[in-house]
Write a protein that binds this ligand. Structure first.
Ligand code: 5RP
Length: 229
């Protein structure tokens, strides 16, 4: 998996610590990305050692990894909610814990699973911390709504760029068959207000602002883990 931001060691420390929060009998939300992947592998090792859990994957990628790691799977449709969700972030606000997610284009399913969790644990490395969010916000749109949503983003003083696939010509297509606009707004002084504006734009399936959802943020370093919230 491609490494972005902090060191692999920092990501491993955060992911592995979060996996320790899972108790016998829990249903676990399995996040997407390189940091959450460490949690899924660690969970797999705990399952090998006898832990009884079920995982709800947030993407094709996390489902495949969970299968490989031996984590039994279920769906939100079957269980309704999860006990603990462990997921990464592209950026987190130090004070409020507001997040930008969706670097892996999985934020729609991630938000459904993370929002249903009794305890949502974010795993990150220090490169993701910010005083004020300023990362571009991924916005998943219905393919037919790409242009109107881009215009609505401009009206909000943002700039929307269609995400394109790295290894082939054409756009990134999400697990839900939609497109992603990466929307740069500069510094986001009021993430809650922007989240509402994006959510109420016709054609938006889901955006990557996660406001007031994270219960804790575990920040891995090369030496260990710090709890930031
Ligand atoms: C995927 C996500 C990821 O959690 C986010 O991109 C962080 O990934 P990584 O841990 O690889 O830095 O939101 O949609």
């Amino acid at each position: 998996m491609k490494q972005r931001g902090g060191s692999e060691e920092a990501k491993r420390n955060a992911g592995e610590r979060a996996a320790e929060f899972v108790d016998d009998g829990d249903v676990v939300g399995l996040g997407t990305g390189s940091t959450a992947a460490h949690a899924i592998r660690a969970l797999g090792r705990r399952v090998d050692a006898g832990l009884d859990v079920e995982g709800v994957p947030t993407s094709f990628q996390s489902r495949e990894l969970a299968r490989e790691a031996g984590v039994p799977l279920t769906t939100l449709d079957d269980v309704g909610n999860v006990d603990v969700a462990i997921d990464g972030a592209d950026q987190f606000a130090r004070e409020s814990g507001a997040l930008v997610k969706g670097g892996g284009a999985a934020h729609a399913r991630e938000k459904i699973v993370d929002a249903s969790a009794t305890r949502f644990v974010v795993v990150a490395d220090p490169s993701k911390a910010a005083d004020e969010l300023d990362h571009a916000v991924p916005v998943e749109v219905l393919p037919s709504a790409r242009r109107p949503v881009a215009a609505a983003v401009e009206a909000l003083d943002g700039e929307a760029t269609l995400r394109s696939a790295e290894r082939k010509d054409g756009p990134v297509v999400t697990d839900n068959g939609n497109l992603v606009l990466d929307c740069a707004f500069g510094s986001i002084a009021d993430p809650g207000a922007l989240a509402t504006d994006l959510s109420t734009t016709a054609g938006v399936v889901e955006h990557g602002l996660f406001v007031e959802l994270a219960d804790e943020v575990l920040v891995g370093t090369d030496e260990g883990v710090e709890r930031r919230r």
